[in-house]
Design a protein around this ligand. Sequence first.
Ligand SMILES: CC(=O)N[C@H]1[C@@H](OP(=O)(O)O)O[C@H](CO)[C@@H](O)[C@@H]1O
Ligand SMILES: [Mg+2]
Length: 565
Amino acid sequence: MSSNVLSESDKSKVVDLANRHTKPSGTTYQYGTAGFRMKADQLDPVMFTVGIVAALRSKKLDSKIIGVMVTASHNPEEDNGVKLVDPRGDMLEQAWEGYATALANSSSPEELVHQIHQMVTALQIDLSKPANVIYARDTRPSGPALVSALVDGLKAAPGGTTTYTDEGVLTTPILHYLVRCKNTLGTEEEYGVPTEEGYYEKLATAFKKLLKPRGSIDSQNAPEELLVDCANGVGTTATEKLAKHLEGYIKLIPVNTSIDKLGVLNKGCGADYVKTQQKLPPSMVPLLQPNQRACSLDGDADRLMYYYLDRNGKFKMLDGDKIAALVAGFFGELMEHAGISKEELDVGVVQTAYANGASTHYLSQRVPVQCVPTGVKHLHHAAEHYSIGVYFEANGHGTVLFSANALNVLRRHQATSPAQQASLENLIALTELINQTVGDALSDMLLVEVVLAYRGHGGAEWDSLYTDLPNRLVKVSVKDRGAFKTEDAERRLTAPQGLQDKLDALIKKYEGGRAFVRPSGTEDVVRVYAEATHKVEADELAFKVAGMVYDEVGGDPASRPKEFM
Ligand SMILES: CC(=O)N[C@H]1[C@@H](OP(=O)(O)O)O[C@H](CO)[C@@H](O)[C@@H]1O
Ligand SMILES: [Mg+2]
């Protein structure tokens, strides 16, 4: 019998277990751009309430499997976080973020019961349904204890049985893959074998179809070996396991692989280090040779940054924008070679305001380009509107989505020559190689290697697609970042009042100038981005805008950063 009411025993179960996970007073939690994320020692009560939300989400969706990933990605090792994965392997539906936030902020076990009751009533959740949840974590030492709190939450979930499975230590994209596989098993949309091994096998099989074994013509341009900076995190084991499947095709050499020591995750390495420092991780310095490329994963292996040394040994970065530029063109080419018209399948690219202006210019001349607010969920949803939707954040998080119609067109298309057939098969193999659930550093890395091998290009040729405009990102600490409101995909401020007009007047003075201000969704700061034709001017514009922002909201003159102008 269906029920939207918590029984007395449901309530006392919640209260009993909630008493072990009380919220410290004065802490406010927020399900933000990437779920809940903060210092690990504050997360215990949140993990507990997330367990309850995961079970309720499963009940609401006819007992479909919901995923929970415990990670703080590229953040320092002492941080941790948690995010929910919906049945198709994508991010939690946005409307539920508010409920997750409300439960996390309940001030007492009784208040929590009340919040659950409100949620169940508002969403008409049939509590009698069973719930199914799987979870995984990254390598952070705080992970196991947080997982125990999560399990208490799963046990506390009201109504019918909640079944849960510990998938152990995994990359974020593998957990997303598992969720989709398990939910589509035995259906027409079956996504893959629902095991970690199934994931490596799927990627490797597709890669081997695309890039014939070493020695054959197609692969002569692939690198003998590729250095992969694993950020001292969970990407280490995943890279090692994937490497075994790719033997004879490409040799992956993991670097920054110490996952057992304290304090080294993401430190001096990883995708975020490369993007923000714009230099080689120190451990790569003795390893990388001129004209050689390498890549860095982040702490949960969903972001990817490439780079190479030019022939003079100078560091050159190939970020998410460059990846988007590389792969968007490739799909157009393959479709043409397969005899598929642009009317049959449209290719589109989705970026955020942080995309380098030069990449937007380059891409806009070739394909439709859309700008959306920061955060993968926004990019992912926008990309779903194209037959082939390419989305990447500049920081290296992204993937390529194929619509159901695109898959049908590829399946049904009749090639009229062996060459067309080969291109068609390559397109189909790409739909297998590319993770359809979320940005995936390992899958993206193989995609990049395939495109470069086909074109016979190295880092330098790839880099020459366009030249990045000089740019600068600055953080401004303010009392209340909530005072900053934006519109037009976060490119313009609507509050504080009048500030955007001042910015416009300033930006106008700079050749090729572009700048915008937005509150971060993951850190207690306001971010300033600026670019201009010349480096000195990009820096000057960024620091002038930062100064304006600081002064506008009454920043203390005594602690005004000295570089602000
Ligand atoms: C400028 C920047 O890199 N912002 C990052 C950062 O978001 P903020 O809202 O800017 O803090 O973290 C997000 C989650 O990882 C990521 O999606 C986004 O790209
Ligand atoms: Mg990440």
